[in-house]
Design a protein around this ligand. Structure first.
Ligand code: 5RP
Length: 223
């Protein structure tokens, strides 16, 4: 099985997971990335069974639109039934690193606004301790050097992601060399540094259900 086949398999598993809860009034959140793209393509067959989607990025919004799935602004929506998104790293404790696609801020907002967060990934993303994947941090452009110095004091090695601007007009620092043994504490510390808009740790609001595709089938990890 190729990695794409694993992504497709886990996307289909997420669809099966939510299929019974889809009805006319339901709006769901949809994240960003190649795994989520498979989910969007699979979701299209159910587009007449639910009301629409809040997307976490312009890229996902474009793909949803092409399938004729109705898009909503989060400000128009009072409740999101479920949020489906991928991850760059996932631990068995349902803590995640996200932001490889630079969509972390909107992803964190949509995840926060959703009743349930289902994370989908292939088994190359699972780790015991987060930090092998450089932690993305979205930063207000004028604060880039200041934030980088604060990160160095925390033991990280921040690398500026060249030529990338987020959907919110900010820049990304990818922080290498962190061994994240207490994701909630680090997420809180980073949240308190002036100039950081969002850090890519999803631990304070981690996944409620993690679906991992393996060659032996899809594994479930639940909160
Ligand atoms: C984007 C993300 C993605 O969920 C993450 O990068 C995983 O992407 P992929 O499914 O392509 O591996 O956080 O900001």
């Amino acid at each position: 099985m190729t990695q794409d086949e694993l992504k497709k398999q886990v996307a289909q598993a997420a669809l099966t997971e939510i299929a019974d809860s889809l009805h006319d009034d339901v709006i769901i959140g949809v994240g960003t990335g190649s795994t989520v793209n498979f989910f969007i393509d699979a979701l299209a067959q159910y587009k007449n069974r639910f009301r629409g989607v809040v997307a976490s990025s312009e890229a996902s919004a474009d793909r949803l639109k092409k399938h004729g799935i109705e898009l909503f602004d989060l400000n128009e929506v009072s409740s999101l039934e479920v949020y489906i998104d991928g991850a760059d790293e996932a631990s068995p404790t349902l803590d995640l690193i996200k932001g490889g696609g630079a969509a972390l801020t909107r992803e964190k907002i949509v995840a926060a606004a959703s009743k349930k967060f289902i994370c989908i990934a292939d088994d190359s993303k699972t780790v015991e301790i987060l930090g092998g994947f450089a932690l993305p941090i979205e930063v207000i452009p004028m604060a880039r050097s200041y934030v980088a110095r604060q990160i160095v004091q925390l033991g990280g090695n921040p690398i500026y992601r060249e030529a990338v601007l987020t959907d919110n007009g900010n820049v990304i620092l990818d922080v290498h060399g962190l061994k994240i043994t207490d994701p909630k504490a680090l997420e809180t510390t980073l949240n308190n540094i002036a100039g950081i808009v969002t850090n890519g740790l999803f631990a304070l609001r981690g996944a409620d259900l993690l679906l991992i595709a393996t060659r032996q089938g899809v594994q479930r990890f639940e909160a």
